[in-house]
Ligand binder design. Structure first.
Ligand code: GLC
Length: 559
């Protein structure tokens, strides 16, 4: 495996609207992020991914981009962004932007010009198609946010012409089959790379391939529709051709880091994605999340316990051992908090968060920490549908009511599954709005536990979740373990109980065990007589080659 500049680093995701508000408008911004760079450096972070901060009407929270080369005023200016880059660099932190190029916003001037004149150059950037003779949409694909992927052009509703949107109506899909558009997108990518960003997290990218005859697919539900992701899965080879081209023209010449959101990559193709000559540097490991992707509506979710999580994640670790790296995550801005979602009730607390942290940080691959995870944030409690912001939450609420759930049941489902669970403001202190903002009211509610669950309360406590994350990241950087924890192979250990996540990392005959115990009783593992405990979240016992880890705790042992 060729060594790369980003290997061995720990990354952190910032959701800009909710990180830190410097100007008191209730929304996070770039100057707020700059003010927290010391915090990130102190934590040991070397790569930061910013969710979109470009000009946007925020229908899908910035994943609907109206201008790819400008910063939205709600976040600040291009000068602020340049300062962020420079200040981050001073602290050894590289910045990744979010590349949302399967679609743009319906407010993008391309789409406005296209709708105004279907014979224009810009009209070629999108997919406009005639509806069927009976006036129904060209095919039966279902959008990721519910309803048809086709929508009539605003202002021309009486005509039988539709545009394609795999996500919200306000997110028209871009036509990657039109070469001049690809060139425009690649130039935009190079604009940011030339400015000094280190790379990108790449959004929803496998959706760029389309069957241009728009044949639709057999229905997968009673609505007669079929999820767009099934079409995407069929066309991954076509997407790959575009992605090789993008890599050659943008990332590769800049030695940039590209981290893709790519669901459902099969074993045969993995090498093309993340191998030495792959078109991405790495991809997120979404395998645990995918367990529920088969049941797209929230109300059809199946609880995923930590045993299932372990089996799934271990399988993907083994899939990539000899190929490349995937990025381990516990949660991101599209998921509920992992501590609430995957851990048993008795472990949904700081002890559980620490043990989960050990797994996240020490698995093979580049771990991403999502803001607030490092202090053990759990799901936010929403008391009414009006407290949610996310369009997907609102769609799912309606879908649950339609399926026969009561309003209170529908609300319970959102409290488990909604993306807003993890999008609420970062908890900095016990002060007003958790120290996130001076505003009278913040754009999304503040987590119920902020008085006790916050950075200030944890920063000087050696036993806090935050301090434990710091120790784990420091361990990865420790020259004694750095190579092993970066390149060492992953090996599963025997799961002696349901809620135990035990694995080894091994390189050149050197081996460490990482054992996270989420059971409510102690578990024991055989190690060597002279094994050494490197780190643990509670007092553990190591006698005569037997390691005993108490309930809801973890240990890292050198053999
Ligand atoms: C990705 C983003 C998500 C967004 C969607 C459409 O999945 O992570 O937040 O809604 O793409 O851009």
């Amino acid at each position: 495996m060729q060594a790369k500049w980003w290997h061995g680093k720990v990354a952190y995701q910032i959701y800009p609207k909710s990180f830190c508000d410097s100007n008191g408008d209730g929304v996070g911004d770039i100057r707020g992020i700059i003010s927290k760079l010391d915090y990130l450096q102190d934590l040991g972070i070397e790569i930061v991914w910013l969710s979109p901060c470009f000009k946007s009407p925020f229908v899908d929270q910035g994943y609907d981009i109206a201008d790819y080369q400008d910063i939205d005023p709600i976040f600040g200016t291009m000068e602020d962004f340049d300062e962020l880059l420079a200040e981050a660099k001073k602290r050894g932190i590289s910045i990744l932007l979010d590349l949302v190029i399967n679609h743009c916003s319906s407010e993008h001037e391309w789409f406005k010009k296209a709708c105004a004149d279907l014979n224009s150059e810009e009209a070629k950037y999108f997919y406009f198609r005639k509806g069927k003779d009976d006036g129904t949409p060209p095919d039966n694909l279902r959008s990721y946010f519910g309803g048809s992927v086709w929508e009539k052009i605003p202002g021309h509703e009486d005509e039988n012409i539709y545009y394609l949107h795999y996500f919200a109506k306000a997110q028209p899909d871009l036509n990657w089959y039109y070469e001049p558009l690809r060139e425009k997108l690649f130039n935009m990518v190079n604009f940011w790379l030339d400015k000094g960003v280190a790379g990108f997290r790449i959004d929803a990218i496998m959706n760029i391939a389309k069957d241009l005859s728009f044949p639709g697919l057999p229905a997968d539900a009673a609505d007669g529709m079929c999820s767009a992701n099934q079409m995407t899965a069929k066309l991954s080879d076509q997407a790959a051709a575009f992605l090789y081209e993008m890599n050659d023209k943008t990332f590769k010449p800049h030695d940039a880091l590209s981290v893709a959101e790519a669901f459902g990559v099969n074993q045969e193709s993995l090498k093309n994605y993340i191998g030495d000559d792959g078109f991405f540097s790495t991809i997120f490991d979404f395998s645990a999340r995918e367990l529920n992707e088969k049941y797209p509506a929230y109300y059809r979710y199946r609880p995923v316990d930590i045993a299932k999580w372990r089996d799934t994640i271990f399988a993907s670790q083994e899939r990539v051992n000899d190929i490349g790296f995937m990025c381990p995550i516990i949660e991101n801005h599209d998921e509920p908090r992992g501590v609430s979602y995957y851990l048993p009730r008795h472990a949904q607390n700081p002890d559980g968060a620490k043990a989960f942290a050990a797994v996240n940080i020490l698995l093979r691959g580049m771990p991403f920490i999502y803001q607030g995870q490092e202090i053990g944030m759990t799901n936010t409690k929403f008391n009414s549908i009006y407290e949610f912001d996310d369009l997907n939450a609102k769609d799912n609420y309606k879908a649950a009511l339609k399926a026969g759930f009561t309003p209170s049941q529908a609300l319970d489902i959102l409290n488990i599954e909604s993306r807003d669970n993890a999008r609420t403001p970062m908890l900095w202190s016990a002060g007003k709005n958790a120290g996130f903002s001076d505003a009278a009211i913040t754009w999304l509610k503040v987590h119920q536990d902020y008085k006790t669950l916050n950075v200030a309360a944890q920063k000087d406590d050696p036993n806090s979740v935050l301090s434990f994350y710091k120790k784990l990241i420091a361990l990865r950087k420790d020259p004694k373990y750095h190579e092993l924890l970066t390149y060492g192979k992953f090996k599963p250990l025997e799961a002696v109980a349901d809620y135990v996540v035990p694995f080894a990392r091994e390189l050149d005959g050197k081996m460490i065990y990482v054992i996270a115990n989420f059971e409510d009783t102690a578990v024991s593992y055989g190690v060597n007589a002279d094994s050494k405990i490197i780190l643990s979240s509670k007092e553990v016992d190591l006698k005569d080659g037997v390691l005993t880890i108490p309930a809801v705790a973890c240990a890292v042992v050198e053999l």
